[in-house]
Design a protein around this ligand. Structure first.
Ligand SMILES: *Cc1c(COP(=O)(O)O)cnc(C)c1O
Length: 218
């Protein structure tokens, strides 16, 4: 197998997905678990935004792809405290900020590193023991403190619906996320994955995060 067989999607299929996105909806290609040559190939179709969920996996891929300077890197995984500096150095966007203490640490280390990462708050709109995230009330209560922090660019909310919701319930949840982002004055909603991206767009997503639909099974 040549490396170029690694990716699932062809340029025509990719174009069909891209062309179906309404204006204002961006595509994040979540490449975790996939080979860097698949990233290279997808970038050849014009894709610039890639998502990874582990720093240790992203670093060697980025070294291999260092010639592709135009790529933008998004961190989408659970962010451990001891990985904050590395993530700030390597990534332009963080989709998974799930606590005030984590945000404070990001702010402090971003100042030291002279960076200003783009931040999404992960929010949990339904009970879900499998996931982290802010509760709405916690984000609201902490908002004055949050907006006083330096070297962070607050751009949006990120959410992942619990797996047992049906299509209507997911759509409701996505609309709730959109409304809450509007209430906070945040432009972006990072929501929708391979199995629910169309519902997320109907609910007001501005970033959809597709992995398996583009790259195949992990
Ligand atoms: C893996 C992952 C995705 C992509 O999931 P698919 O179902 O493969 O599209 C999106 N967002 C996050 C946070 C992920 O961890």
């Amino acid at each position: 197998m040549t490396p170029f067989d690694l990716i699932l999607i062809g340029s025509n299929e990719f174009k069909i997905i891209k062309d179906s996105l309404p204006l204002g909806v961006s595509l994040l290609a979540v490449s975790k678990g996939h080979h860097q040559e698949s990233i290279r190939k997808l970038s050849g179709f014009g894709q610039l935004d890639f998502g990874e969920s582990r720093l240790q996996e992203a670093i060697p891929k980025k070294i291999d792809l260092h010639d592709l300077k135009q790529l933008r890197w998004h961190f989408v995984g659970k962010l451990q405290k001891n990985k904050v500096r590395g993530v700030i150095k390597e990534f332009d966007f963080i989709h998974s900020v799930d606590s005030l203490s984590l945000l404070e640490r990001i702010s402090r280390i971003s100042q030291e590193e002279q960076k200003t990462p783009n931040i999404f708050f992960q929010v949990k709109f339904r009970d879900d023991s499998n996931k982290g995230g802010f509760l709405k009330k916690d984000l609201l209560n902490n908002w004055p403190k949050i907006i006083s922090l330096n070297n962070i660019n607050l751009i949006g909310l990120m959410t992942i619906p619990p797996i047992d919701l049906n299509s209507y319930q997911r759509k409701d949840l996505f609309c709730e996320c959109r409304n809450f982002a509007n209430q906070l004055g945040l432009k972006d909603c990072s929501m929708g994955m391979s199995n629910d991206w169309q519902e997320a767009i109907e609910g007001g997503a501005t970033w959809i995060r597709l992995g398996s639909l583009l790259f195949g099974k992990r």
